[in-house]
Write a protein that binds this ligand. Structure first.
Ligand code: SAM
Length: 319
C-alpha cells in the first residue's frame, strides 16, 4: 500500500493520468466552489466575513466559521456549474468502467452538482445519507429572539444529515464480467450478512482527529487551525472500504484538504492519490496523513480487511 500526494489544481494534474486508470473517487469537494477561492479562504483565516459565517453561539461556546450557501449569487452558481462540469468530464475519463464516485455535497446545491455529473456521462446510483448534527439552519428570523410570536419560528430546518452523491462510470455487459476485467462496478459488502447501505451512521469528527490535523498545520501558535471540513476517519474508511469491491485498486481524492480520505485508504491498506490546491492544506495533509492513519476505528477490524494481502498493487497503474 502506498499513496502519492500532488500539490496543484486537480483539473491540470488529472490531465497527466491515463484513461481508465482509477478504481474509485472518494471526495469532499468545495460544495459551493466560491468558499475555497483565495479571497474567501483569506477572510476565513482572518475571521472576517465573506461566505464563511460564524454560527450563533450555543450554550455560550464560540463556533467555528461555516460557509453560508444561501448567499450564492446567480454568477456564483454558474461558476459552480462550470466547475462540476469540468470535474465530471475529468473524472469520467480517468475512472475505469464501473468505477464509483462518492461525492459529499449539501442539500442546497446537490441538484446543481448532480446535473453536471449526469451531463458528463456518469450514472447516478444513489444519494447516501450521512447522519450528522450540524449547526446549519434552524435559526429564528433575524432580531426576533424575543419577539412574542416570531421567536417560535425558524427560517429553515436545522440540518441533521449530509448528502453524498453516488455515481458510477457506465460499463457494457454484466457486473461479474466487469469485475473480472476492471475490478470495478460493485460495492464491497460490510459483511457476508450485510451489504453496504445508504444510511451512514453519524458522528462528528472526533476531537483527537481535529487535534492531529491542527498540530499538522505548518504555522505556529494562533495560526494553527484544523481544516474547516475535516471528515471523520470512521466515515472515510467506511466509504473507501465500499469503493473497492475486490479490495484492489487506487482511490483518488482530487480535493483532499488535510488528507482524511488518503489516511483512510492507508489505514485499510489501499493505494491512493490525493490532490490539493492550497499550499497550507497540502502541507497539513503531508504531516497529518501518517498520524490519522494510525487512529483505530471499527472498520479496519473487519475480518476481510484483517485477512487481505497488504502489498501494493502498484500506484503506477494510473499513468
Ligand atoms: C471540503 S475541502 C476537503 C476537506 C477534506 N475532506 C478533509 O478532511 O480535510 C475541499 C478542498 O478542495 C480544495 N480545492 C478546491 N479547488 C481545488 C482544485 N481545483 N484542485 C485541488 N484542490 C482544490 C480546497 O483547497 C479544499 O481544501
Amino acid at each position: 500500500m502506498s499513496y502519492e500526494l500532488r500539490h496543484g489544481n486537480c483539473f491540470e494534474v488529472l490531465e497527466e493520468f491515463d484513461e481508465n486508470s482509477i478504481h474509485a473517487v472518494v471526495t469532499d469537494p468545495p460544495y459551493g466552489v466560491v468558499e475555497f477561492e483565495t479571497a474567501n479562504i483569506e477572510k476565513m483565516r482572518d475571521g472576517v466575513g465573506g461566505v464563511w459565517r460564524i454560527p450563533p453561539e450555543l450554550d455560550g461556546s464560540k463556533r467555528k466559521p461555516l460557509p453560508r450557501f444561501t448567499t450564492l449569487s446567480e454568477s456564483d452558481k454558474q461558476k459552480l456549474r462550470n466547475f462540476f462540469e469540468t470535474f465530471g468530464t475529468a473524472v469520467e475519463r480517468v475512472l475505469r468502467p464501473g468505477g464509483h464516485v462518492f461525492l459529499a455535497t449539501t442539500q442546497l446545491l446537490m441538484h446543481e452538482v448532480s446535473n453536471q455529473l449526469d451531463e458528463a456521462g456518469l450514472e447516478r446510483r444513489d444519494v447516501l445519507i450521512r447522519e450528522t448534527k450540524t449547526l446549519r439552519g434552524g435559526d429564528r428570523p433575524k432580531g426576533s429572539h424575543d419577539h412574542p410570536e416570531y421567536r417560535s419560528v425558524s427560517s429553515m430546518p436545522r440540518v441533521y444529515w449530509e448528502p453524498w452523491l453516488l455515481y458510477r462510470k457506465p460499463f457494457d455487459g454484466r457486473l461479474d464480467e466487469n469485475l473480472d476485467e476492471w475490478q470495478t462496478g460493485g460495492l464491497r459488502r460490510e459483511s457476508s450478512e450485510r451489504p453496504f447501505t445508504d444510511l451512514l451512521e453519524g458522528g462528528k469528527t472526533p476531537k483527537t482527529e481535529t487535534e492531529v490535523v491542527r498540530n499538522a498545520h505548518p504555522g505556529d501558535g494562533e495560526k494553527q487551525e484544523a481544516h474547516p471540513n475535516l471528515k471523520p476517519q470512521s466515515l472515510m474508511r467506511e466509504l473507501c472500504h465500499a469503493s473497492l469491491p475486490l479490495q484492489r485498486g487506487t482511490i483518488l481524492d482530487p480535493f483532499m484538504g488535510s488528507g482524511s480520505t488518503i489516511a483512510a485508504a492507508q489505514a485499510l491498506g489501499y493505494d491512493a492519490v490525493g490532490i490539493e490546491l492550497d499550499e497550507t492544506f497540502y502541507q497539513m495533509a503531508e504531516n497529518a496523513i501518517p498520524r490519522l492513519a494510525e487512529i483505530s476505528t471499527d472498520v479496519e477490524r473487519r475480518d476481510d480487511i484483517q485477512s487481505r494481502q497488504t502489498e501494493s498493487h502498484s500506484l503506477s497503474e494510473y499513468r
